[in-house]
Design a protein around this ligand. Structure first.
Ligand code: SF4
Length: 447
């Protein structure tokens, strides 16, 4: 956003009518300046102001989707260089590179690897998000048939068509245009033909040039031809080059408002050594890549990269949290144990995982502590005897269990006496300090 809140305010109707949901036009202007709302929320803004503000409020990095449907990946739209300044919005896409020279059986196996890559981590589904299909056969019929095969086997997975040959690209794009694939491979040499394909089929275009000067000249040329949804490849393949060039791209777009580089960046890693590939991909994930193309899938590599991406793209100002309620783990009955913890996501998933490992059906009372872990919540005065007692009484658990025994985390053993006083008729049992001791603890209590 190039305009300040006050500059935006001058262009608004200044009636404080509240139709936008804000009490004043100034409050609306401040939010618009921060990129947190859309100009369309104000129905009374004049056409001239719309034109000026529309230009100024356009994202500095173009935003669009790769693919369609539930697994479509949103790219671009970032507003800050550093995550702690605000947050990063659209997690980078991990794509598996597949060559069309593989046999149909090998292709099917690769597609299955992508489909089976999904894992659940702290309540989020993480996966290899896309397939990048490389035109290596030099046979446009083969490429087209492989595109169709992949589309049929994984209809929801977004596809990158990595093909620099316009005639082969044309056939392949036509086969899956409704899936909104990314056509990658536009260069100075083939720009016109590739732009025509992208324009005709309304799909984004991947643009390649060696170095940022050539790249920005090419994106301007292509934009002038009528394609604006671009993904840019600076030619960086080594970690050092990825850091340098991706950073320059992001800085130019956000700090200088340099539109020719205001697009999501793609990095092809493609190393034979999986450790080296994982290391360079990690660098790209941290340093501004929107699409990272990998040569292989390994579970350990997925776990490392997914975890890193999740850490980079969570909001640093909002702890990850789960809903406050009594969770049933297994099929507990009126005699099942009752444990309590806080609603920090990681705490919940670790504790619930260990209780499930014990194979003892249990109730887990998860108390809203604004997403803080047990010890932090206690230190902040959010996980106190009084608040726990109130939560337990209001939760309705007394109607579900016959006993009156509450297991508290060992980290807050100090609360047991006060809690027994506040929670009349209940016995407080101090559980283990670490969640991994819960299976043994629960088995000993129910033996
Ligand atoms: S709707 Fe428009 S005019 Fe009304 S308060 Fe909001 S910004 Fe101001």
């Amino acid at each position: 956003m190039a305009l300040s809140g006050v500059e935006i305010f001058k262009l608004l109707p200044k009636t404080n009518c509240k139709k936008c949901g804000f009490p004043t036009c100034l409050a609306f202007a401040m939010k618009l300046a921060q990129g947190q709302i859309d100009l369309s929320s104000c129905p009374d803004v004049s056409e001239e102001s719309k034109r000026v503000l529309g230009e100024a409020s356009a994202p500095l990095i173009k935003t669009f989707n790769l693919g369609t449907g539930a697994k479509a990946a949103k790219m671009g739209g970032e507003t800050v260089l550093f995550r702690h300044d605000k947050k990063f919005f659209n997690p980078c896409v991990f794509a598996l590179n597949i060559k069309d020279t593989l046999s149909d059986d090998e292709l099917t196996k690769k597609v299955d690897e992508v489909l089976n890559s999904e894992i659940d981590r702290v309540g989020q589904n993480l996966r290899i998000d896309a397939i990048s299909l490389e035109f290596a056969s030099n046979d446009s019929s083969r490429y087209e048939s492989v595109v169709k095969l992949i589309s049929q086997k994984s209809p929801e997975v977004p596809v990158i068509l990595n093909c620099k040959d316009p005639s082969a690209a044309d056939r392949a794009v036509k086969a899956i245009a409704d899936k909104k694939p990314l056509l990658y491979g536009a260069s100075e040499a083939n720009a016109e033909a590739m732009v025509n394909i992208a324009k005709t089929n309304k799909i984004p275009l991947g643009v390649y040039a060696e170095g940022l000067t050539a790249l920005s000249a090419l994106t301007e040329k292509i934009k002038g031809m009528g394609v604006e949804e671009l993904v840019i490849d600076s030619g960086a393949r080594k970690a050092k080059d990825i850091v340098e060039l991706n950073t320059q791209i992001r800085r130019a777009a956000l700090k200088k408002g340099f539109k020719p580089l205001g697009y999501p960046a793609i990095n092809f890693i493609l190393k034979n050594d999986p450790v080296l590939e994982a290391s360079i991909a990690a660098v790209a994930a941290v340093k501004y890549a929107s699409i990272i193309v990998l040569s292989s899938i390994e579970k350990w590599k997925n776990l490392a990269l997914f975890t890193l991406r999740q850490n980079v793209y969570t909001d640093p100002q909002v702890p990850m949290q789960v809903e406050q309620k009594i969770y049933k783990l297994g099929e507990p009955n009126a005699d099942s144990p009752l444990l309590i913890t806080t609603n920090f996501s990681l705490t919940y998933f670790i504790v619930s995982g260990e209780v499930e490992n014990s194979k003892i059906p249990s109730y887990l009372a998860v108390m809203d502590c604004e997403g803080l872990s047990v010890l932090t919540a206690w230190a902040a005065g959010k996980f106190t005897a009084g608040k726990i007692a109130q939560f337990i009484k209001e939760s309705g658990i007394e109607n579900q269990v016959k006993h009156r025994v509450l297991i508290i985390p060992g980290m807050v053993a100090i609360l047991s006496g006060a809690l027994e006083e506040k929670l009349e008729g209940w016995k407080i049992v101090v559980g283990p300090r670490e969640a991994n001791a819960l299976p043994t603890f629960l088995k000993s209590k129910t033996a």
